[in-house]
Design a protein around this ligand. Sequence first.
Ligand code: FES
Ligand SMILES: [Fe+2]
Length: 421
Amino acid sequence: MKKFIATDVTDTPEKMRQMAEAQKSKRGFGMDPYFYRSHITYQKELDSILYKSWLYAAHVSQVPNPGDFIQYELGEDAIIISRDQDGEIQAQYNICRHRGSRVCEEKSGNTRTFVCPYHGWVYNLDGSLRAAREMLALEDFNAADYGLKKPQICVFHGLIYINCNPDAAQLAPDLLAIEPAIRGYDLANAKVIESRVYRVDANWKLALENYVECYHCATAHRAYAKSHTLKEPYENVKALNEAMLARAEDQTGVAGVATKVNQVFNDNPHHGGGAYTSRYALYDGYLTGSQDGQPVAPLMGEYKGYDGGAGDYQIGPLSSMLNYPDHCVLYRFTPRSLTETDMEIVWFVRGDAVEGKDYDVDKVTWLWHRTTVEDEFIIRRNSEGVNSRFFEPGPYHPEHEETLMRFIAWYLDTLTNDIRQ
Ligand code: FES
Ligand SMILES: [Fe+2]
């Protein structure tokens, strides 16, 4: 049963600021319940994080032909990603420039134009205004002034990122560093074979905090923990990792595949961008992230073989990838309300792989579907405890929960505006 959270009617921006300042001095401890239940804080997060960060919107294979479109819903908003008649990828807000109605109803599809259901203004696939009943005849009406508004866009190896902040620093320069590690998957020519949204009844930070630590992996994810070494303190699996890193280039055939980059949160020169990558080992006998560790799809892109490793990536603050030699798994976190978060998983295989012959969707999705259902359970339980008035935050583990602490530090700076834009 869904539980409602009683919010504080005396909450103010000043209180939020004081709480954030006080929290900063408690580095190493979990956050006060306030940050998970304050409406003022949530609005500030939308303004300063969601609508100011580079966010994964879609993949080019989801809009392969002119006229194809797919919507990305975030917070209270919706963005249409489309491919125009010239084959260019476009991103625009689903908001009519007349009086603000949504202009596109379907979540995805193919169309020649977007027609507003209210008074019938018509927009081209690139967002330009094509017709506005009886308005075009008016002397002071210029159609060029009323195209659909657009967020910034960056297409990186077929992954489409958007940023609602017109002044945000470009994402592409931040991604140069992870280029050698991600190039080998040839994601521009990969295809999405499945995408699922797992709605979790929890504040978005609880979902993200859970994703960026693997302290819980050994207890909450038995299947994942059997094959992935990330749950261990590094010292315990150092030899396994070093052996994998030593053979990675030779066995995958991808130069630079083991490149390490750690420029996220406050270590990125720009707010809301940044990139991270590292390669870590699977246990002996596991070639990929599948039920039995055996391949579930043909090798991606340039890959020539299996090295017993998996590539971990983060681009922007709210999306990550875990890429195996034969398939890639993208994770996206989207706040939908103070107490609801969409966790979305997108599975990719190489573009020319054939379903039923080269791969089976159930086998490719087995591990991360299962792991995410387990996460949904623990995050929901976490949310219930954290929102209790009797909760007192405990200490983080300095190694296992290190990334989580970096996220919290960046997050608190964001709330108090002590950040680079
Ligand atoms: S609100 Fe879209 S045409 Fe009027
Ligand atoms: Fe998890």
